[in-house]
Design a protein around this ligand. Structure first.
Ligand SMILES: Cc1cc2nc3c(=O)[nH]c(=O)nc-3n(C[C@H](O)[C@H](O)[C@H](O)COP(=O)(O)OP(=O)(O)OC[C@H]3O[C@@H](n4cnc5c(N)ncnc54)[C@H](O)[C@@H]3O)c2cc1C
Length: 473
């Protein structure tokens, strides 16, 4: 039972950022522990950090905040919304309410860490108790070191070092009740932030998503009930609903990796899901951890090649190719299907992300940063660590990356992972009538004339890319 604290006690501000949930939220739990009044706060700074938010992420954030507002109101202390510079908005709120403490969960990109350090320094200097917690990762970057005491650069030894302890801290429940401060506090109108697109509203295809803590939990349960039994094979087939689709929920912290990990462990023990399937799924959470580890230790990789050899690579400037790629009009069905799925729904299957990234970087020889920027704007799960690390992985310029000379053949990838053509049929309706034997090579059929001819010849483009790579090796 929490101690009885007078309502006049100075409130604690809980500064929500990418932890938009009540359960397993260490900052919220710590603030709620002694029963002091709590001011839940979300500050929207359109400039970032880490960067100005992308359009698809803004769509998600709008809905996620609505869900959090309803959940917090039900618990007793409504969410306060403010827009602008975080340090200034925190000082403003503290002056208005007499709050004596600010609690938050940590972030690991350098821009956010710099901002948080400045906030902590400024507020501590005037006697405000600033406390931060780990609510985002299974293992924080500083807690994991190689034998030599440095950061890991290769995934396998990293994962060997952390996986046994990944489930050590069990998730904690949501507080039962939050005390509300006795003062009236101004709250911005969420609609005034214009996070939802208008003129035009392009988000019709996003309707299947359910942002928010309840939506995240439901998504996890459905996945563990059904797809977790087939994850190892199904996760590579874009035509099948075989992965968890938790990435945006995890990015916005509507569910914590500890909750996902513990629920997966439970499923392996008490439901049908086999341990082997669950281990492979948990390893994907490991990649998320590893990418955050990399970004923390090598912050320049958000904009520069992790491997500086690639600084001399002769990227092509190709406006036509880039536009065709973005629009899903390359003439390669699996690439076009992926890019159209992304545009319509804000998400793309992982296997297809690898294929479209390889196509941009190797077939078109366009700088990975162009692709990373497009994904940042169009993905609902756009995440600095995961996006940058995966783009650099595909480019071959990253840590523990795919070698540059491994060039995906988009036709063979399509035939292997979408053998019946279900995925392509769904997103490239111009060729939906083609049989499975031709759907990944529509140029073989006269009846595919409504579809485009490939904008590059893959074999020639591959040779060009490998020749360019030879010059920097
Ligand atoms: C070029 C490229 C860009 C990417 N950009 C992002 C991004 O901005 N944000 C993002 O969250 N993921 C990104 N990914 C990784 C991956 O594609 C998505 O995390 C995954 O497709 C999300 O679907 P899911 O939740 O169904 O995954 P599941 O297969 O169900 O995996 C469970 C969770 O593990 C994590 N995960 C899975 N694969 C990876 C991976 N390769 N790297 C890091 N974490 C992973 C995600 O948090 C995911 O939700 C990118 C991959 C590529 C190739």
């Amino acid at each position: 039972m929490s101690p009885i604290v007078p309502q006049t006690a100075a409130p604690v501000v809980v500064w929500f950022r990418r932890d938009l949930r009540l359960a397993d939220n260490p900052a919220l739990a710590a603030a709620a522990r002694d029963g002091r009044p709590i001011i839940p706060l979300f500050i929207h700074d359109p400039a970032g950090p880490p960067r100005p938010i992308g359009a698809a992420s803004a769509w998600w954030l709008d809905k996620s905040l609505k869900a959090l507002m309803a959940d917090l109101a039900a618990l007793g202390s409504p969410l306060i919304l403010r827009r602008g510079n975080a340090g200034a908005k925190l000082r403003e709120l503290i002056t208005e309410t007499g709050a004596s403490a600010v609690f938050w969960n940590r972030l690991y990109d350098s821009a956010s860490m710099t901002r948080d350090a400045a906030v902590s320094r400024d507020l501590s200097a005037v006697g405000i108790d600033c406390q931060s917690f780990n609510g985002t990762l299974l293992n924080e970057p500083l807690a994991v070191k190689t034998g030599a005491g440095g950061p890991y650069r290769v995934f396998s030894p990293y994962w060997r070092a952390v996986r046994m302890s990944a489930g050590d801290t069990p998730p904690s429940p949501a507080p039962a009740r939050l005390a509300r401060p006795p003062v009236q506090i101004h709250c911005d109108r969420l609609a005034d932030w214009n996070l939802h697109p208008s003129k035009p509203d392009w988000s019709g295809g996003f309707a299947d998503w359910a942002p928010g803590e309840a939506g995240a939990r439901a998504r996890l349960d459905t996945f563990l009930d059904v797809a977790a039994n087939h994850y190892i094979d199904a996760r590579n087939e874009p035509g099948v609903d075989g992965t968890s689709r938790l990435s945006a929920h995890l990015h916005f912290g509507e569910i914590s990796p500890r909750q996902v990990w513990a629920a997966a462990d439970y499923a392996a023990l008490h439901r049908d899901a086999s341990l082997r399937q669950i281990e492979v799924f948990q390893k994907e959470l490991g990649w998320r951890e590893f990418n955050h580890h990399l970004l923390f230790h090598f912050p320049h990789m958000t904009h520069a090649n992790f491997n500086p050899k690639f600084d001399d690579f002769a990227w092509r400037r190709d406006g036509f190719g880039l536009d065709a790629w973005r629009a899903g009009r390359t003439g390669y069905p699996i690439v076009d299907a992926g890019m159209r799925q992304l545009w319509a729904t804000g998400w793309m299957h992982n296997r297809v992300r690898m294929i479209v990234a390889s196509f941009l970087i190797k077939d078109l020889m366009i700088d990975w940063r162009e692709g990373e920027t497009w994904f940042w704007d169009t993905l609902v799960d756009a995440d600095l660590a995961n996006n940058v690390a995966n783009w650099q992985w595909t480019a071959g310029s990253g840590a523990d990356a795919a070698p540059y000379f491994r060039v995906f053949n988009p036709t063979l990838q399509g035939e292997k992972f979408d053998p019946a053509g279900e995925y392509v049929r769904r997103w490239v309706p111009e060729i939906a009538h083609l049989p499975a034997t031709d759907i990944h090579q529509p140029w073989r059929c006269v009846s595919s004339s409504a579809y485009l001819a490939p904008i590059v010849d893959h074999a020639a483009a591959r040779d060009r890319a490998l020749a360019a790579y030879e010059s920097i090796k």
